[in-house]
Write a protein that binds this ligand. Structure first.
Ligand SMILES: NC(=O)c1ccc[n+]([C@@H]2O[C@H](COP(=O)([O-])OP(=O)(O)OC[C@H]3O[C@@H](n4cnc5c(N)ncnc54)[C@H](O)[C@@H]3O)[C@@H](O)[C@H]2O)c1
Length: 309
């Protein structure tokens, strides 16, 4: 398949590119390289791989690539509630308007695989379990845009939406702002974490399992088409406090709860992933696997540049 992957240089995209190439797809990444620029280095010798360094909003400049693609995976975005709050206009034009314009250019036979987010569920009740049919109550601008885009997506003829849990694990483009990645990093480097809203629960998924899920959607497209799926670990609906306890199994650190701050998007939910599991998809990497992997990976990442020791 010819696959157009916007945002392919990012945390998810730089892992997903490898998985798609292994399946012998032709992968074209469109990215304007907001962050590190060498995250795709290991794929450049693959004859099926191409990079276009461009803003994804330049849809006229990408006309040919869009037309020639069998599958489009629009990952490009300003990702996360704090960043979107800080850069409202860009968030609106990249995360929202650009996707709507892109969908207008998609023909009937082309497939869109869309990463959305389970922060769309907002703030749940004590034992409320969110399924794909639950009412969406996004709180942050980031989550609101994702919900609006998913609504438009469902008007297309050929789509799958994956509502991703909070992703964790090592990637060529590392994100230390993601909850698990952040806590493990701080446990190792600071030896303490001050928790706010420690009882707020979230669901989690390994970055490689997200990549595997996109590949799974392609290989099982007929049975999955035109549907929305939650994608997270069924045994990992954990509060921040429970996450700290898990990390404590591997790292000696101290955490303390103090509600000195509020989460930007007040995310607090338990999510059911039964729908995608029932299709036969199975995640391969547990939260424990991810924590151990991060401990290994962080041996090479530090912020010692501005200290003597
Ligand atoms: N990581 C998660 O936990 C998570 C959870 C749910 C959904 N998602 C979604 O998955 C997608 C990828 O997220 P990520 O974690 O890889 O984020 P990321 O920030 O690592 O990657 C985003 C990529 O998009 C590129 N980009 C941004 N604006 C662009 C523009 N105007 N033109 C071209 N490229 C542009 C950036 O350079 C970057 O490479 C996003 O759509 C995000 O909303 C991620």
């Amino acid at each position: 398949m010819k696959i157009l992957l916007s945002g392919g240089a990012g945390y998810l995209g730089s892992v997903l590119s490898g998985y798609l190439l292994e399946e012998n797809h032709q992968v074209t990444v469109v990215d304007n390289f907001l962050y590190e620029s060498n995250t795709l280095a290991s794929y450049c010798n693959n004859k099926n791989f191409k990079i276009i360094n461009k803003d994804c909003r330049d849809l006229d400049g990408l006309e040919r690539e869009i037309k020639n693609s069998d599958i489009i995976i629009p990952l490009a975005a300003l990702v996360g509630a704090p960043l979107c709050k800080d850069r409202k206009e860009d968030a609106e034009s990249i995360n929202y308007k650009h996707n709507l314009k892109l969908f207008k250019k998609i023909s009937k036979n082309q497939i869109v695989l869309m990463p959305t987010t389970n922060s769309a569920y907002g703030h749940g009740g004590e034992s409320e379990i969110f399924t794909e049919d639950s009412e969406l109550k996004p709180i942050s601008l980031y989550a609101k845009h994702k919900v609006e885009v998913e609504k438009e997506l469902t008007n297309l003829n050929n789509f799958i939406s994956l509502r991703l849990a909070t992703v964790f694990g090592m990637s060529p483009r590392m994100r230390l702002d993601l909850l698990v990645n952040n806590f493990v990093y701080r446990a190792i480097n600071d030896k303490f974490i001050v928790l706010f809203e420690g009882n707020f629960k979230r669901n989690y998924i390994h970055v490689r399992d997200v990549a595997r899920a996109f590949v799974y959607c392609i290989n099982n497209y007929k049975k999955m088409k035109n549907q929305i799926f939650n994608l997270g670990l069924e045994d990992a609906n954990l509060s921040k406090k429970e996450l700290c306890e898990k990390i404590k199994k591997y790292i000696n650190f101290f955490y303390h709860e103090d509600n000195f701050q509020k989460d930007e998007d007040q995310r607090n939910y338990i999510v059911s992933n039964k729908k995608i599991l029932d299709t036969g998809y199975n995640p391969k990497f547990s939260l424990d696997d991810g924590i151990k992997e991060l401990i290994e990976g962080y041996k090479g990442i530090n912020i010692k540049s501005f200290r003597n020791y």
